[in-house]
Design a protein around this ligand. Structure first.
Ligand code: HT7
Ligand code: ZN
Length: 889
C-alpha cells in the first residue's frame, strides 16, 4: 500500500455545501441516493474528486441531468467528475451490500439491525464523497425500511419528519444543523428500545437523552444514562461547554471494532460500554462505562465542533478528549470520596492511567511502530488509533495543563473555541491558542508532537551538609526510533518533593528564588542537563521525583532497597508511594527471574515482604490505593523492561512472588478479605469498589499461595455470589490457582451465563489468560483452540476475538511464547484467517508480536518465521501488511 505523508496535505478543490442522503435499506441491496451542492474553491481547475470503495455505481447526474460518460473517470477507490461551472448539484446512486460487510466499517448488519461506523474512512464504503475530515458539510438524511423489522430509524441531528409508506415500509427524515465531516455520519435502523431522560442544560434548554438497546436490556441502561448526565454537567462546569442539540442518543451494538464512536448526536457504542447491571457487570465495567460515555460525549466539542484537518492530527481530538475524560473520572472519584479522601482517589485514577500507558504505550514507543503523537506518515490510518496518539497524546495535554495551570489551560481552551468553532484544524492551531492565551512560548514544547520514543530522565542528587543544600541534577535522553536517529531536548515538567528523615515533606526553597514553602515544585527541564539547588535544609533529604507522573518519561533514579522501602512508607505523593512499591517489586522479580535462568534457588527477600506488608496493612490508606499498591507490575510492562525478554523465566519469578506473599502473609490477607466485605445490596460506588478490589486481591494472593482457608472462602463466595465483581473475583482466584475446584467453577459460571454474550467474554478471557499454577495442567493453547469451537465463540464478533485471542496473545506471555513455537504458529493462522473478514481486527492481533526483537534468540527465530509467513500470505490487507512489514523491516 502507498505511504501517505503528512507533508502532502493539499486543500480541497471543491466544497460540498450540503448533502441530502436517501437510504432504501435492505440487508443485501441497499440503495443510497445522494444529492450534493458543490462549490468550486478559489480558482481550482480540478474535477470534483470523490472517494468510494465497494460501491456499485448505479447512476450519476449533474444539475438534474444524467452525466455523460466522458465526464466521469473512475479508478481504484475514487470517482472524478468533470464540472464546467463553479457550482453544481451532483446526484449519485449507488448500491451496497451491508450484510456482506464483515469488516464492520461503513454500513453493516449486526443481529438483524443496520449500523454504521465511518471513522476513519468508512463513509466511502457507503457513498461517493470527499471522505476526509476537512470536507465539512450539512447532512439531511432520509431512511426508509421495513417497519416491522426496523421500527427504529435514527440518524444525526433532529428528527423532522416520519411516517408510513406503502408495502409495510416507513421512513424518517433527520436534519443535522451543524457542519460535520463524513466520519461523524451515522445511521441506525433496528428493533430497539430506549431509556429516556429529559434534562435542562446550564442555559435552561430542555434536551432529550436516549440510550437505545435491544429489548430485554433496558434494565442495564441506567448507569450509562447517569454517566451521560454527569458528563454533561461536568463539561458545563469545568469548560463552560453545553450540549448543542435538542436530542442526544447512545446506541448499543454487539458487533463493533472499537469501544465507541462519537457520531454527532448519535453515539454508537460497543454494547460492552453501555450495558451494566449488578449481576453481569463488575465495578471495573461500571468505571469503564462512565469514562467511555464521558469520552464520546466530550468529543462533541473536542472533535466534532472543532475537528481535525487531516488524520495526522488525530491526537488533536483524541489526546485532548482522553485528557478530559481522565480529569472527569478523577473528579467523579474525588467527589465520591469526600474532601478527606479526594487526593487519594485522584492518585488511584492516575495510577490506573499510568499503568495503561506503561503497559501499552511504552512498548509501542520502543518498537517498529513507534511514532510521534502526530505521525509523519502512515499506510493505513486505522493502524494509528494507537496508545501513542491516545494515551501519550493525553499526557502531552496534561503537561500543558501542568505548565499553564488549570486557569491558563481553560483560557487556552476558550480561545481555541472562539477561533476555531466549526473548523477542521491542526495541532499547531491548538497549541498556538494555549500559547497566545497565556503569553507562554510553546515552540520547543511542539517537539512532543514530532519526536517519537519515551524520554529517559535521569535524576541524581548531591547533599552538601556544610551549606544545608541539596543539588538535583536532571538530564534527559530520548533513544532513537525508526526514522528518527537523533532527538532534541524536550520541555519536561518534573514535579519534585524532598522528604525529611522523619518521613515528612520539607518546605522547598530553590536557590535564586525568594518565595518558597511549597512541598512539591514543578521543575521545568528543557535542556539536555540542568541543575537545581534547594537550600535551607537541616538534614539530607530523600528525593521524590516525577510526582504524580508529571511527564510521560522513564525516570532513572538510583535508589537502594532501603530508600524504596522508606518512600513506600512515607512519600506524601500517593502516586510516588505506589511507584516506589512497583520499582521495588520489579527489582525483586527481575532478580528472581535471573535466578530462574541460572538455576539458583528462589528466595523472596524478607525486606521486600516486610515493606509490602507494612503498606498493605496501613489502615490510614484507602482500600482502592492499597489494592493498587499490592498489585504487582503487569507482566507486559515487565517483559518490556526485561533484557532479553524471557517470558518463561519471568512467569516463574512472578508466580514465586505471588505464592510466597500469599502464603507468607496469609493471616493478613484473610483478615483483609473479611474486613473488606461490603454488606447489603450492590450499588456501584467508588468507595465500595475499592473495598471489593482489595478483597478480591486478597483472594487472589491466597489462592496463588494455596492457602486452604483462602481457597475455601473463594469457593463459598463463588457458590453464593450476588454481584459480578465478587463472583468473578472469586472465580478468577480459583482459576488462577492449583485448586481442583477451578474446572467445576468455570462450568457453573458458564451454565449461569450461557446466554449472556458480554459475560461470556469474561469467561473466555479468563481461560485464555490463565497461568499454570498446577505443573501438571496442559498448555493453555489447547484450551484456547477448544474454546474457538464453543458455540458462543465467533471470529466475526470483535469482542469474542479480543476476549479469547487478544487475551492469549497479550495477557499470557509465558503460554503464548511456548518454546516449541506452537503459540506463534497459531497466531499466524488466526491473523491470516481474521484478515479475510475484518482487517482492522486482524491488524490489532497482528501487533501482538511486533516487539519480537526483544526476545531470547530461540523465541526470536520462531516469531520471525511466523511474521514472515503472514507477510507472504496472498491478498493481505493494507492494515496487516503495514504491521508485519514494519515488524520485519
Ligand atoms: N473516535 C473513535 C474512533 C473509532 C474508530 C476508529 C477506527 C475504526 C473504528 C472505530 N470506532 C471508533 C473512538 C474514540 O476515540 O472516541
Ligand atoms: Zn476518542
Amino acid at each position: 500500500a502507498p505511504t501517505i505523508q503528512r507533508s502532502d496535505y493539499t486543500p480541497l478543490a471543491w466544497n460540498i455545501e450540503n448533502i441530502e442522503l436517501h437510504f432504501a435499506l435492505d440487508p443485501a441491496a441497499t440503495l443510497v441516493t445522494s444529492r450534493m451542492r458543490c462549490v468550486r474553491r478559489a480558482s481550482a481547475a480540478d474535477p470534483l474528486r470523490l472517494l468510494g470503495e465497494e460501491l456499485e455505481l448505479v447512476s450519476v447526474s449533474i444539475d438534474g441531468r444524467p452525466a455523460e460518460d466522458s465526464r466521469l473517470k473512475r479508478g481504484e477507490g475514487w470517482l472524478e467528475i468533470a464540472l464546467d461551472d463553479d457550482r453544481a448539484e451532483v446526484g449519485i446512486v449507488t448500491r451496497i451490500n451491508p450484510q456482506a460487510n464483515s469488516a464492520l466499517s461503513g454500513l453493516y448488519v449486526s443481529r438483524g439491525g443496520f449500523f454504521t461506523q465511518c471513522e476513519a474512512e468508512g463513509f466511502r464504503r457507503i457513498a461517493f464523497f470527499p471522505d476526509r475530515p476537512d470536507a465539512m458539510t450539512r447532512f439531511t438524511v432520509t431512511l426508509e425500511a421495513d417497519a416491522a423489522d426496523y421500527p427504529v430509524l435514527l440518524s444525526n441531528g433532529n428528527l423532522v419528519e416520519e411516517g408510513a409508506l406503502a408495502g409495510g415500509r416507513h421512513f424518517a427524515k433527520w436534519v443535522d444543523p451543524f457542519l460535520k465531516p463524513s466520519y461523524l455520519f451515522a445511521l441506525v435502523a433496528a428493533k430497539l428500545v430506549a431509556l429516556e431522560r429529559r434534562v435542562k442544560t446550564a442555559s435552561g434548554r430542555e434536551v432529550l437523552l436516549q440510550v437505545w438497546v435491544e429489548e430485554g436490556n433496558l434494565d442495564r441502561t441506567p448507569h450509562a444514562m447517569d454517566s451521560l448526565v454527569h458528563s454533561m454537567r461536568w463539561d458545563e462546569e469545568v469548560f463552560g461547554l453545553e450540549l448543542d442539540l435538542d436530542r442526544f442518543m447512545i446506541v448499543a451494538v454487539s458487533d463493533f471494532n472499537m469501544g465507541a464512536m462519537e457520531n454527532k448526536g448519535l453515539n454508537i457504542f460497543n454494547a460492552k460500554y453501555v450495558l451494566a447491571k449488578p449481576d453481569t457487570a463488575t465495578d471495573v465495567d461500571y468505571e469503564n462505562i462512565e469514562s467511555v460515555v464521558a469520552h464520546e460525549y466530550f468529543h462533541n466539542w473536542t472533535g466534532n465542533r472543532v475537528t481535525c484537518r487531516d488524520w495526522f492530527q488525530l491526537t488533536l481530538k483524541e489526546g485532548l478528549t482522553v485528557f478530559r475524560d481522565q480529569q472527569f473520572s478523577a473528579d467523579m472519584l474525588a467527589q465520591a470520596a469526600g474532601e478527606a479522601g479526594a487526593a487519594s482517589a485522584r492518585a488511584v485514577k492516575r495510577i490506573d492511567d499510568v499503568r495503561v500507558l506503561r503497559a501499552a504505550q511504552f512498548p509501542e514507543d520502543a518498537g517498529p511502530m513507534a511514532h510521534p503523537i502526530r505521525p509523519e506518515s502512515y499506510q493505513e490510518i486505522n493502524n494509528f488509533y494507537t496508545a501513542t496518539v491516545y494515551e501519550k497524546g493525553a499526557e502531552v495535554i496534561r503537561m500543558l495543563h501542568t505548565l499553564l495551570g488549570a486557569e491558563g489551560f481553560r483560557n487556552g481552551m476558550d480561545l481555541y473555541f472562539s477561533y476555531h468553532d466549526g473548523q477542521a484544524v491542526t495541532c499547531d492551531d491548538f497549541v498556538d491558542c494555549m500559547a497566545e492565551a497565556n503569553g507562554y512560548d510553546l515552540d520547543q514544547f511542539m517537539l512532543w508532537y514530532s519526536q517519537a520514543g519515551t524520554p529517559r530522565v535521569k535524576a541524581a542528587g548531591a547533599w552538601d551538609a556544610a551549606s544545608g543544600s541539596y543539588t538535583l541534577t536532571l538530564s534527559q535522553h530520548t533513544p532513537p526510533t525508526p526514522g528518527q536517529p537523533d532527538k532534541a531536548p524536550l520541555v519536561i515538567p518534573v514535579a519534585v518533593g524532598l522528604i525529611g528523615p522523619d518521613g515528612k515533606d520539607l518546605p522547598l526553597s530553590l536557590e535564586g528564588e525568594n518565595h518558597g514553602g511549597a512541598t512539591t515544585r514543578v521543575l521545568v527541564l528543557s535542556e539536555a542537563e540542568q541543575t537545581f539547588r534547594f537550600t535551607g535544609l537541616a538534614a539530607e533529604p530523600v528525593p521524590s521525583v516525577l510526582r504524580g507522573f508529571s511527564a510521560p518519561v522513564i525516570l532513572e533514579l538510583e535508589e537502594s532497597d532501603e530508600r524504596l522501602a522508606f518512600r513506600m512508607a512515607h512519600d506524601a505523593d500517593a502516586f510516588n508511594r505506589w511507584d516506589a512499591a512497583q520499582r521495588y517489586a520489579e527489582r525483586v522479580i527481575f532478580a528472581l527471574a535471573a535466578d530462574v535462568a541460572s538455576g539458583r534457588a528462589l528466595v523472596l527477600p524478607e525486606a521486600f515482604a516486610a515493606a509490602f506488608r507494612a503498606l498493605l496493612n496501613d489502615g490510614a490508606l484507602d482500600p482502592a490505593f492499597r489494592a493498587q499498591a499490592a498489585a504487582l507490575p503487569s507482566e507486559t510492562y515487565l517483559l518490556e523492561r526485561m533484557e532479553p525478554a524471557d517470558p518463561a523465566a519471568l512467569r516463574v519469578a512472578m508466580m514465586h512472588v505471588m505464592r510466597e506473599l500469599g502464603k507468607g502473609l496469609a493471616a493478613d490477607w484473610l483478615a483483609i478479605e473479611a474486613a473488606m466485605e461490603v454488606p447489603g445490596e450492590y450499588h456501584y460506588h467508588p468507595g465500595d469498589a475499592g473495598r471489593r478490589a482489595l478483597g478480591n486481591l486478597a483472594l487472589k494472593y491466597l489462592a496463588a499461595g494455596g492457602v486452604t482457608e483462602g481457597l475455601a472462602r473463594a469457593e463459598t463466595r463463588f457458590a453464593r455470589f450476588g454481584n459480578m465483581t465478587e463472583g468473578f473475583g472469586a472465580l478468577a482466584a480459583l482459576v488462577q490457582s492449583a485448586s481442583p475446584a477451578r474446572e467445576v467453577a468455570l462450568s457453573r459460571f458458564h451454565e449461569r451465563y450461557r446466554d449472556d454474550a458480554l459475560v461470556l467474554d469474561k469467561w473466555f478471557a479468563l481461560q485464555a489468560s490463565v497461568w499454570r499454577w498446577d505443573a501438571s495442567a496442559a498448555p493453555v493453547l489447547g484450551r484456547v483452540r477448544a474454546l474457538m469451537d464453543d458455540p458462543a465463540f465467533s471470529l466475526a464478533n470483535p469482542n469474542k476475538v479480543y476476549a479469547l485471542l487478544g487475551s492469549f496473545f497479550r495477557a499470557n506471555a509465558a503460554e503464548f511464547h511456548a518454546p516449541d513455537g506452537s503459540g506463534h504458529a497459531f497466531w499466524a493462522d488466526q491473523v491470516i484467517a481474521l484478515d479475510g473478514r475484518n482487517p482492522q481486527v486482524a491488524a490489532r492481533m497482528a501487533r501482538a508480536l511486533e516487539n519480537w526483537r526483544r526476545f531470547t534468540p530461540a523465541l526470536r527465530q520462531s516469531i520471525r518465521a511466523q511474521i514472515a509467513r503472514v507477510a507472504a500470505a496472498p491478498g493481505l490487507s493494507p492494515d496487516v501488511a503495514e504491521i508485519v512489514g514494519k515488524a520485519l523491516a
